[in-house]
Design a protein around this ligand. Structure first.
Ligand SMILES: NC(=O)c1ccc[n+]([C@@H]2O[C@H](COP(=O)([O-])OP(=O)(O)OC[C@H]3O[C@@H](n4cnc5c(N)ncnc54)[C@H](OP(=O)(O)O)[C@@H]3O)[C@@H](O)[C@H]2O)c1
Length: 240
């Protein structure tokens, strides 16, 4: 008999986050807290309740990662779902925004600030706010969803996509700092590959289900020795 695991996934209304929730619900032992900024509009997510394939427990919670009050305000609902004594096994910081192509010498400071808030400050606050619940759990895992674009040594796009790339590099440093500050946690940065979503576009290499089945294999096999790593969806380690 498997033990129940609790998951909190941000940005679950569509794309990789939605597919994560869908696959997690195939396992009856999973309790999935699917966070999204507009639960009323998340019709596909909410329809998972009715799917025959969904065997796990689904709870949809409103949470805008770019809004500190929304992050802090989500705790009450999550606490009620977890109940007394049960911690949060997996925090998956998946939500992110992309502002398209820009360069180091031609960018919008408004967009830079906004994307940084969503992609870096949001995940950092999520870690801080949900730390007590992670510490109460058996797994204690934080997954910061990064990108190969955040790797300085790979940098396949040269001068392009500057704002988004900078936020993912900063997120990687957050992973490093979180792993060092709390050795009892397992914290990783994870690149999902290039995936066919609204963000990845139609030309991408992977279908969401291919990326997510890999992600879940990687994430559920993580142990403390993996903390502070930058992994890909297929288990490879990515250079910083
Ligand atoms: N797709 C790729 O090829 C690729 C490659 C590398 C890394 N990634 C990373 O993988 C993750 C998921 O990407 P994706 O491709 O699934 O992107 P996507 O299709 O654009 O979906 C983004 C998700 O994030 C949510 N979101 C955006 N801003 C938010 C906010 N302020 N608060 C809460 N939720 C917010 C969106 O919610 P709404 O529906 O409310 O807008 C949506 O659910 C991201 O971290 C992305 O950077 C993706």
């Amino acid at each position: 008999m498997s033990t129940a695991h609790t998951w909190l996934v941000t940005g679950s209304s569509r794309g990789i986050g939605l597919e994560l929730v869908r696959q997690l619900l195939e396992d009856p032992s999973n309790v999935v807290i699917a966070a999204c900024r507009n639960p009323d509009g998340a019709t596909v997510l909410k329809a998972l309740h009715e799917s025959d394939a969904a065997k796990g427990e689904l709870h949809v919670v409103g949470l805008d990662v770019s809004d500190e009050a929304s992050i802090r305000g989500s705790v009450k609902a999550v606490e009620q779902i977890l109940g007394e004594g049960r911690g949060l096994d997996y925090l998956v910081n998946n939500a992110a925004a992309h502002n398209g192509d820009d360069s180091a010498f031609a960018f919008s400071s408004e967009a830079f600030t906004r994307i940084f808030q969503t992609n870096v400050v949001g995940p950092a606050l999520m870690g801080e706010v949900y730390l007590p619940y992670l510490l109460k759990s058996t797994r204690k895992v934080i997954v910061n969803t990064s990108s190969g674009l955040g790797s300085i040594s790979l940098d396949e796009y040269g001068p392009r996509f500057t704002t988004y790339a900078v936020t993912k590099t900063a997120l990687n440093m957050l992973t490093n700092k979180q792993a060092k500050a709390r050795p009892e946690l397992t914290v990783i940065s994870l690149c999902p590959g290039w995936v066919k979503t609204d963000m990845g576009g139609e030309a991408a290499d992977l279908e969401p289900h291919e990326s997510v089945s890999g992600i879940l294999k990687v994430v559920t096999s993580l142990g403390p020795k993996d903390s502070g790593k930058f992994c890909r969806y297929n288990g490879e380690e990515w250079p910083w």
